[in-house]
Design a protein around this ligand. Structure first.
Ligand SMILES: NC(=O)c1ccc[n+]([C@@H]2O[C@H](COP(=O)([O-])OP(=O)(O)OC[C@H]3O[C@@H](n4cnc5c(N)ncnc54)[C@H](O)[C@@H]3O)[C@@H](O)[C@H]2O)c1
Length: 435
């Protein structure tokens, strides 16, 4: 508990609310107050704080309100939620900390682990990169299934230590990150905050945990950058990133190697290829194309400089989840303890793709068919915004070592996505009109 009262001591204290986060500039008014009327300012601040504390204490201390119990960590009620969620059904199961649990992949992986009897605890900072209600609704789904998400940031070292004090995690499934390729040009620091500083902070805590957990984490197909040799193999070069996002994922792979080498952490990196499906990410093309086609809005389809098509190795979420679980199941134990390496530890990297790239124009054809609406297409040359022309995974290594075998083609997967989309937004509309 004493850790909780200390200041965070994190590597980077910038709040991770990408997009919406703007550092406060002191207003001239505050400035004047600071120099000319400090005591008055202090008095009003104290008064305001006292009122805030009063209302805070008045609110129910029970865990029935998820937002309140998640927002403030510590205390017996909070610990009960944490331990209950992390409890596995049998001794042979795992106890997994899933970071980014309110995210798209994190929600599906957490649900799958819980369903088969593993103990799961989520961690997410619920940042505002995309619709916060979607993250909250995923959280509700997980809660219904017995998965509790601690609301906190990867960079909060005392919180992470606290979680490892309360639960002896056997595994960490690290999915929290600032995702999105194009957004890196708008808010580069959010990528450093989550994908670099946050990763190092997590690895620091894992390395000194006793026992050390085995770690499986999400890298990305974007590390292949401007490579033109296809399909992309794990043996190919990854030193030509086309975006800051890709560069942070590549850096993550190198950082992971360092922690494996020095501290004996067992680490597996998974390079996901354009994952899609129900509860997906609204910033991804298949999702916002669906929304815009239904609204009758023009959708932009990019082509290469020589009028070639841009293609992606779209991978259905259930296939990716199977790959994640297989990586956890085959992960060997870390060899260190309390920050000291005792021997060499496992270090792996796998592609998790579908190995069947589809041009984006074909994605739109399928959506038109499923939505029964003609898209208003605007074909444009690809801007230099971090996107690459194509992705295509060689998955033979994952097949050999993880038994990974994707089974969902794009049309089948999109059908499931569209079904979810209609149901989800119908419910959301109902909720809004009931207000
Ligand atoms: N979805 C894809 O197509 C794809 C492709 C390649 C790689 N990936 C990687 O897979 C992982 C999961 O992706 P996703 O699609 O579920 O993304 P997502 O944005 O839906 O999920 C990431 C979650 O992490 C949380 N998060 C971000 N920074 C955090 C921080 N500092 N502390 C705590 N929580 C934080 C976010 O709130 C979010 O809920 C990410 O690492 C992403 O980079 C995804």
């Amino acid at each position: 508990m004493s850790q909780l009262s200390r200041s965070s001591g994190s590597l980077d204290d910038t709040p991770s609310t990408p997009g919406k986060f703007k550092p406060d500039k002191p207003s001239p008014y505050i400035h004047r107050l600071r120099f000319h009327n400090l005591s008055k300012f202090t008095f009003y601040s104290a008064f305001f704080l006292a009122i805030l504390c009063f209302f805070f204490l008045l609110s129910s201390p029970s865990g029935s309100n998820p937002r309140r119990s998640l927002g403030s960590y510590g205390g017996s009620d909070w610990e009960r939620h944490v331990t209950r969620s992390a409890r596995r059904r049998s001794d042979s199961g795992m106890t997994v900390l899933v970071t980014g649990a309110a995210g798209f992949v994190g929600t599906h992986v957490s649900m799958a682990l819980k369903r088969r009897g593993d103990g799961v605890l989520g961690l997410d900072n619920f940042n505002l990169y995309y619709e916060p209600t979607l993250k909250r609704n995923r959280q509700k789904e997980l809660q219904k299934n017995g998965v509790f998400i601690v609301e906190g940031d990867l960079n909060d070292k005392p919180l992470l230590h606290k979680l490892f004090d309360v639960v002896a995690f056997t595994h960490v499934m690290h999915l929290a990150a600032q995702a999105g390729v194009r957004y890196a040009m708008q808010n580069p620091s959010s990528y450093i905050h989550s994908n670099i500083a946050g990763l190092v902070n997590l690895l620091e805590v894992c390395k000194s945990a006793n026992p050390q957990p085995s770690i499986v984490w999400a890298s990305s197909s974007s590390v292949y950058g401007l490579n033109s040799k296809v399909p992309f193999s794990e043996k190919d070069r990854t030193d030509q990133p086309a975006s800051l996002y890709a560069a942070t994922k590549k850096a993550g792979e190198e950082i992971a190697h360092t922690y494996n080498h020095i501290y004996g952490l067992s680490i597996t990196g998974l390079r996901f290829f354009t994952v899609y499906g129900p509860w997906g990410r609204p910033d991804m093309a298949y999702f916002f194309f669906t929304r815009d086609i239904l609204k009758g809005k023009v959708i932009k389809i990019y082509e290469t400089a020589d009028h070639g098509s841009v293609a992606r190795d779209f991978t259905y979420i259930d296939d990716v989840v199977k790959g994640c679980l297989a990586a956890l199941d085959t992960a060997k134990k870390s060899t260190g303890s309390g920050g000291k390496k005792k021997g060499p530890a496992q270090f792996r990297i796998f592609n998790l793709g579908n190995t069947a790239p589809v041009p984006v124009s074909e994605l739109v054809n399928i959506l038109e068919k499923l939505l029964k609406v003609k898209a208003k297409r605007l074909v444009l040359p690809m801007p230099r915004n971090g996107d690459v022309k194509f992705t295509h995974a060689n998955i033979s290594l994952a097949h050999r070592e993880l038994g990974y075998r994707p089974t969902t083609d794009l049309e089948t997967g999109l059908k499931k996505f569209v079904k979810w989309y209609f149901k989800y937004y119908k419910e959301e509309k109902k909720k809004i009109s009931a207000w």
